[in-house]
Design a binder for this molecule. Structure first.
Ligand code: IMP
Length: 442
């Protein structure tokens, strides 16, 4: 029998993360049988609202909220096992079955206590020296990826072999404790505590460990639709983002293949989740940033109406106008098939909207975000004014029911970026979505 191969969709954030991917992934999961994380770690935070109840997920794909859907953590993810187990316990408490539906790649590098210690101590050292902090989430993400690339990472599969684990841990601690104590002036990390803790959590983790690459390929061949759930956003990508103010993984769509062990030909449709304005947490340049702490300003409106606070760290997000020149870069490096514009309703009531269509950089006009933080920091945005709307768009599910100015705003975004708008989200509720083209439809 010749089974039809499943169709696969990649969801990526096109700005600096926090575009509202969690809701869309959960919504799209109706058409998928598997949801896959392929990069990042528990620095991500997705808030879902189901039946009016808020749930925050950091590592487990949002698809877990739908019974019957399988969830996969691919090799491209750096894994904190205690955080994963904590998240599983929380979901189980809420009555969600996780362990039989979650598969974790044996090739995931582990995040261990020394990664967290290094992350925190480095940021503290930057603060002390008065140099610009990255503003990391302090979860050990960067140091864990450094170990992966340096070929000394301890991976999930090492947990199966206590002696091998101990040897690698000893080698890693010799190096990292040297740096922690002598270079960063921090406390060393203890071998016994780290080892005993890891062996204890290995027991709970190992039944979920699998050859994720093989399972994904087999499932897809057998007809399962897969959804690849990107974390963070394109401008936080370690190569294409506002380097060095970025995370330490590739957040772009292409990494869905490398980070999970499927071929790039299996990525059939790329959905770019795009907030109707811009936000960013942490340091680094942000050309269209507004004053967002002063009452009565458009930035304050975005910050308060949009409830712009980080899910993972609780930090306030910086807010600014929509940047179409940035989105052009994002469309290019991801190969976007369509856009999903989120939080359109947050702009309800603003008199006029400014849309950035390019920049002035060193006396020249450019129409796409340049590469790297230093160049981006010198960009002066060029704006187009678009009239706002007074009507509410909250909960609208039909494009024709949007105010004319809101439709004009969306049309202009599509025109400037060259990417069609296929979906619009009009509230955190998963049913409040305008669907113009279903990414799972061929
Ligand atoms: P790290 O990923 O913890 O190393 O942090 C590096 C940068 O990425 C910081 O600016 C963080 O605030 C940002 N970042 C990491 N994860 C997320 C996310 O899920 N949403 C938004 N920003 C993030």
């Amino acid at each position: 029998m010749n089974m039809k191969q499943g169709r696969n969709v990649v969801v990526v954030g096109t700005q600096w993360g926090d575009e509202g991917k969690g809701k869309l992934v959960d919504w799209l999961t109706e058409s998928a049988q598997g949801v896959v994380r392929f990069q990042g770690g528990h620095n991500a935070g997705h808030t879902l609202v189901i039946n009016g109840v808020k749930t925050a997920l950091h590592l487990i794909p949002s698809g877990i909220m739908r019974g019957g859907v399988k969830c996969y953590i691919g090799n491209g993810v750096v894994l904190s096992v205690p955080k994963l187990l904590e998240e599983i316990a929380g979901l189980e408490k809420a009555g969600v079955e996780v362990r039989s539906r979650l598969r974790v790649s044996e090739a995931c590098p582990l995040i261990l206590p020394y990664h967290v210690a290094l992350d925190v101590a480095r940021e503290a050292a930057k603060e002390k020296a008065g140099t610009a902090k990255i503003g990391t989430t302090g979860r050990g993400i960067g140091p864990a990826y450094e170990d992966k690339v340096a070929r000394r990472a301890i991976r999930v599969q090492d947990l199966k072999y206590p002696e091998r684990f101990a040897t690698k841990l000893r080698e890693n601690l010799a190096l990292h404790n040297h740096v922690l104590v002598n270079f960063l002036g921090a406390e060393p990390v203890d071998f016994d505590t780290t080892y005993n803790e890891a062996m204890a959590y290995a027991k709970a983790l190992l039944p979920m460990v699998a050859d994720v690459s093989r399972e994904l390929n087999d499932a897809n061949k057998a007809g399962a639709n897969l959804l690849f759930e990107g974390a963070q956003g394109t401008l936080l990508d370690v190569d294409h983002g506002t380097y060095p103010f970025v995370t330490s993984s590739n957040c772009v769509a292409g990494n869905a293949a490398a980070g999970s062990g499927v071929g790039p030909g299996m990525l059939h449709y790329i959905l770019g989740i795009t907030k109707a304005y811009c936000t960013r947490v942490g340091g680094g340049p942000f050309p269209t940033e507004l004053e967002w702490e002063k009452e009565g300003t458009p930035g304050y409106h975005m910050s308060t109406v949009g409830a712009e606070k980080g899910v993972t760290t609780g930090r306030s997000r910086r807010c600014g106008w929509f940047d179409a020149a940035l989105l052009k870069r994002s469309a290019q490096v991801n190969g976007l098939s369509g856009l999903c514009i989120t939080k359109l309703d947050v702009l309800d009531g603003l008199k006029e909207l400014m849309l950035c269509t390019g920049y002035e950089l060193d006396g020249e006009t450019i129409d796409i975000l340049p590469m790297g933080a230093d160049e981006i920091a010198r960009c002066k945005p060029i704006y187009e004014v678009i009239p706002g709307w007074t009507e509410t768009t909250v909960g609208v599910t039909d494009m024709d029911k949007l105010p004319a100015n809101a439709r004009q705003y969306l049309a202009r975004i599509a025109e400037v970026t060259g990417v069609p708008v296929h979906m619009v989200s009009t509230s955190p509720d998963r049913d409040h979505t305008i669907l113009l083209h279903n990414p799972f439809a061929a």
